[in-house]
Write a protein that binds this ligand. Structure first.
Ligand code: AMP
Length: 219
């Protein structure tokens, strides 16, 4: 397709992207929260939006099924970024990748004693690399959601998850003990599309850059 295809996920990323798209002169003609359509038309005949799972955004862009996408750094760390150009930190959907444990678990002592930790997470690569760098041995348990439950029912000693307000941790008597990385949403661009469709893509990328900068300055 000669036009531009943008991959977005529903929810927080979509909501926070709407103003950035508007700044680039792009307005979706359907609301993904109410429509079941997976391909959304926009006010521009040459621009369409595809709605995918947040963790699938890098894959669609890597293979060129979408030219652009917006994905959280948490997702990009797991994906690895192959085939993706990441020109912009959009400064939206900000949170932190953390290690958290039950409030009554002595994490520092367990690490000091060289105990083997059971870590539950959906962020396997991030967790593996973090603990390997610390020289802490772990058994990884893959989960797909509600990581906060795992330490409460004895499935794991620790979790690796993104934390925003910290309310979910607090409500479950968990405490964050280590920050792994600050997280925010990034614009990702297919590397080949950037070369082949530069004339169409560059103005959109530039408009995103200006809008992200202005949004950041307002916060
Ligand atoms: P919190 O505001 O810390 O209570 O976050 C609530 C839940 O939302 C956490 O369990 C996270 O998994 C999820 N979450 C928070 N911020 C983000 C984000 N920026 N991207 C993806 N998930 C998030």
């Amino acid at each position: 397709m000669s036009g531009i295809t943008i991959a977005l996920s529903k929810g927080r990323i979509f909501e926070e992207t709407v103003p950035l798209l508007a700044a680039a002169g792009i307005v979706a003609t359907d609301d993904p929260e109410t429509s079941r359509k997976l391909i959304l038309a926009t006010n521009r005949a040459d621009v369409r939006i595809v709605i995918v799972r947040a963790s699938d955004v890098p894959t669609y862009v890597q293979y060129g099924a979408a030219d652009l996408g917006i994905a959280g750094k948490d997702i990009l760390l797991e994906h690895g970024g192959a085939g993706l150009y990441q020109p912009l930190d959009l400064q939206i959907a900000r949170c932190r990748m953390m290690v958290a444990v039950r409030a009554d678990f002595d994490y520092a002592l367990a690490v000091r004693q060289g105990a083997r930790l059971r870590v539950a997470t959906k962020y396997l690569k991030t967790a593996r690399e973090h603990f390997a760098a610390k020289g802490v041995h772990i058994d990884l348990i893959k989960l797909y959601g509600s990581m906060e439950l795992a330490p409460l029912v004895g499935l794991a000693d620790a979790i690796v998850d993104v934390v925003s307000s910290g309310n979910t941790l607090r409500a479950n008597q968990l405490v964050a003990v280590e920050e792994i990385a600050p997280i925010s949403a990034r614009l990702v661009v297919n590397q080949a599309a950037l070369k082949l469709k530069r004339r169409a893509l560059q103005p959109v990328i530039d408009a995103f850059a200006v809008a992200a900068e202005q949004g950041h300055a307002r916060r």
